[in-house]
Design a protein around this ligand. Structure first.
Ligand code: LER
Ligand code: MN
Length: 272
């Protein structure tokens, strides 16, 4: 089981050398717990010395499976679906920085919250059109650099477009590129998918899924709520899924508690 956890590096406030030091301590802590990956939720990838970062991660024989981009929308308001062309352009420009980083770190670039929200200033149709045209441009960039985009269906309370597996798969089909696949987040699918068909729908689409986020239905560590992780993990195990399972939870009571408890809980299920 390729286990990973989301972490940030505070690259906006911390010196370049301190970032690498923090990352090295994270690897040192997570590796013995059974983690083989660290997913980075970052805002300014260009502020990070990728070469030094890769030397550290390689020395631990770990990987950076994915880069989270949602902060770009939350903090700066740039989004791929925004009604203003100039804001969409900023979002694509930010995504290009993540893609440059990802080409060096062999990571996927997540397309989640960066799709944005139209709220009352646009319409769902217009937003979807804008997301499509922005993603067409992002795809040109990833195809050039051999990077994969991971499109994440997100629940309706957080975002306005592409909540479900099926409409996200529809967008992927329309984009017609091998460089965009699906990210499945257990927290979002629990809220959005039809409980009668969720397992079959996942089973049918495993080959389209390149990355997984794990959180229980309360967004805390797996096992603290009632999401059926046993059935979920067995689908991917039986299909010989080669990607990562990355913990993306509320880090409470602490990052360490989540990292330690989740690793134990998930390994037990995986090794059953
Ligand atoms: C947000 O709810 C989420 O799950 C993130 O992975 C989106 O970028
Ligand atoms: Mn997620």
């Amino acid at each position: 089981m390729n286990l990973s956890i989301v972490a940030n590096l505070n690259e906006l406030t911390v010196k370049r050398e301190e970032i690498i030091k923090k990352f090295s301590l994270l690897c040192e802590y997570l590796k013995p717990l059974g983690y083989s990956g660290i997913e980075l939720s970052i805002l300014k990838p260009e502020k990070i010395d990728t070469q030094a970062l890769m030397e550290v991660i390689n020395s631990f024989d770990m990987k950076i499976p994915a880069l989270g981009t949602g902060g770009t929308y939350i903090r700066y308001g740039y989004s791929l679906g925004h009604k203003k062309r100039s804001i969409r352009k900023e979002a694509i420009n930010r995504i290009s920085k993540y893609i440059n980083f990802a080409a060096k770190s062999d990571s996927k670039v997540i397309i989640g919250l960066i799709r944005g929200r139209y709220r009352h200033k646009s319409s769902p149709e217009k937003e979807r059109e804008n997301i499509f045209s922005s993603l067409t441009k992002c795809i040109e960039l990833v195809e050039d650099q051999n990077v994969l985009l991971a499109l994440e269906p997100i629940n309706r309370f957080e975002i306005d477009s592409y909540h479900t597996l099926s409409n996200s798969l529809g967008l992927i089909e329309k984009l017609d590129s091998d460089n965009i696949k699906l990210l499945v987040d257990t927290f979002h699918i629990h809220l959005e998918e039809d409980p009668n068909s969720i397992w079959d729908d996942l089973r049918k689409n495993v080959s389209e899924i390149c990355h997984i986020h794990l959180a229980d239905c309360n967004r805390r560590s797996p096992g603290s709520g009632h999401f059926d992780f046993k059935t979920f993990i067995n689908i991917f195990k039986n299909a010989d899924y080669k990607g990562f399972y990355s913990l993306e939870t509320i880090m409470k009571p602490s990052f360490e508690d989540v990292a330690e408890e989740s690793a134990k809980y998930l390994r037990n299920i995986f090794n059953e």
